[in-house]
Design a binder for this molecule. Structure first.
Ligand code: PLP
Length: 381
């Protein structure tokens, strides 16, 4: 019996997405850049997927640039804008490494967040001036699930750095949030198919017309010279099918999984000293409205995340600590550090991320296994 509770890392593929990709791996294997009938069939499929993804993102089809995933899209946005426009870059302290490392490599500024992981808007305003050409703030965080107020951020960017492009990494958001609506004020947007039931190794960067980051990959001139390389036709088609299914089912999935997540989180709050990350109490009741529905994140002070994951794996729970393991030592995550979580608590972090296939049985298994594992580890402290 396995409870897969690591949907923020990756999701199982939707059967309809698997089915949609198969013809492009078999009979319709043509290269969409060619001119004969099988090439034209492949090109038509990519064009249709582009139209579908444009609807998902709330943009024009010509504003979609297909990539190899979220990492490439994020790198393209940050490095591409600076190569084109010069200037400096700014991002939040809780960005995924695919944004944070490019920003740090360019000597950019990193804006602090509050204890729940929400960007400090005053600090953002103070970090912006006419020299800034790119601001990157994610829609939803991959570790603690915090949703950022993109329209308020966009308003500050327009006011303080009017020439800056605004990028958002929405890789974690599509299953849970109205990405087209919430991202309407952004100029650049990253998505990755494997986070919403599509295959790994395919994603996109939405680039509003006139924004034009410099290409990162030069070669055959695909994607209107914006991203060279033969299209991953099967992956692109499957991504569009998965995204459309995710959109169609979103309301129902959020309602159903929301109940499961709350049951899980309410149960884990009973573990002694447990800290539910990114969740304020309002009138004594945990308010989880500021994070995506699939996220359930806790810190259990006094234990090591690695040991907890080992025990959970023995009980059939597949989860994550969402912290980087560097040079053999467990380094508490930059996200928790930015939120001011004390190191002792951050070392005992646990991310249980639910998905559309999560069931009551998965939650029951976790509610049995996690408290028992934490107690056992604390006995041997
Ligand atoms: N951005 C966020 C917020 C993510 O969670 C991830 C994946 O974990 C990425 C970017 C990278 O996406 P990909 O795995 O498609 O490279």
């Amino acid at each position: 019996m396995v409870a897969y509770l690591d949907n923020a890392a990756t999701t199982p593929m939707r059967p309809e997405a698997v089915e949609a990709m198969l013809p492009f791996l078999t009979e319709d294997f043509g290269n969409p850049s060619g001119s004969h009938p099988s090439a034209r069939r492949a090109r038509r499929a990519v064009d249709e997927a582009r139209e579908a993804m444009a609807q998902v993102c709330g943009c024009e089809p010509g504003e979609i640039v297909f990539t190899s995933g979220g990492t490439e899209a994020d790198n393209h946005a940050v490095f591409g804008i600076v190569e084109r426009r010069g200037g400096s870059v700014v991002c939040s302290a809780v960005e995924h490494h695919a944004v944070l490392e490019p920003v740090e490599a360019l000597g950019g500024r990193v804006v602090p967040v509050d204890e729940h992981g929400v960007i400090d808007l005053d600090a953002l305003a103070a970090a912006l001036d006419d020299s800034v050409t790119l601001v990157s703030v994610m829609l939803a965080n991959n570790e603690v699930g915090t949703i950022q107020p993109l329209s308020e951020i966009a308003e500050i960017v327009r006011r303080r750095a009017p020439d800056a492009a605004f990028h958002s990494d929405a890789v974690q958001a599509l299953t849970w949030l109205d990405v087209a609506g919430l991202c309407s004020p952004v100029d650049l947007l990253s998505l990755s198919a494997h986070k919403f039931g599509g295959p790994k190794g395919v994603g996109l960067l939405m680039v509003r017309s006139g924004v034009e980051p410099a290409p990162r990959l030069l070669g055959g001139g695909q994607e209107r010279e914006r991203r060279s390389g033969t299209h991953n036709v099967a992956g692109i088609v499957a991504m569009s099918v998965a995204a459309q299914s995710a959109l169609r089912e979103r309301t129902e999935v959020v309602r159903r999984v929301g109940r499961l997540r709350d049951r899980l989180a309410d149960g884990l709050r009973l573990v002694p000293d447990a800290i539910e990350t990114g969740v304020p109490l309002r009138d004594g009741v945990p308010d989880r409205s500021g994070k995506i529905t699939g996220n359930c994140h806790f810190c259990f002070p006094g234990i090591e995340a690695e040991a907890l994951l080992f025990l959970l794996e023995e009980s059939g729970i597949h989860a994550s600590a969402a912290s980087a393991c560097t040079s053999g030592a467990q380094d508490p995550s930059h996200v928790l550090a930015a939120m001011g979580v004390p190191r002792r608590a951050a070392k005992g972090s646990l991310r249980l991320s639910l998905g559309r296939e999560t069931t009551d049985v998965d939650v029951e298994l976790a509610l049995e296994a996690v408290p028992a594992a934490v107690e056992r580890l604390r006995m041997f402290r």
